[in-house]
Write a protein of this length. Structure first.
Length: 65
C-alpha cells in the first residue's frame, strides 16, 4: 500500500499506526500522529485503519530556539 508520510510517498505493509511507526523505524513514545490532517489520539492508534493514499504526518518534538 502507498501512503504519503511526512510529504514523501512510501510503500508500506502496515495497516495501523503502531505497525507503521515500527516499520518506519520510529522509536520512543514522544510522537503526535495525524491521518488526513486529523490528529489521532494515542489511545486510538490501534483502532485507526490506514488506507491506500492516506496522508500521515508524524511529528516529533525538537529542542532549539
Amino acid at each position: 500500500m502507498e501512503l504519503i508520510v511526512n510529504g514523501e510517498r512510501k510503500q508500506v505493509g502496515a495497516t495501523r499506526i503502531p505497525a507503521l511507526l515500527d516499520e518506519l523505524g520510529y522509536e520512543g513514545s514522544f510522537f503526535a500522529v495525524a491521518v488526513n490532517r486529523e490528529v489521532v489520539r494515542r489511545a486510538r492508534w490501534s483502532d485507526v485503519e490506514l488506507n491506500d493514499g492516506d496522508e500521515v504526518e508524524v511529528v516529533t518534538p525538537r529542542q532549539g530556539g
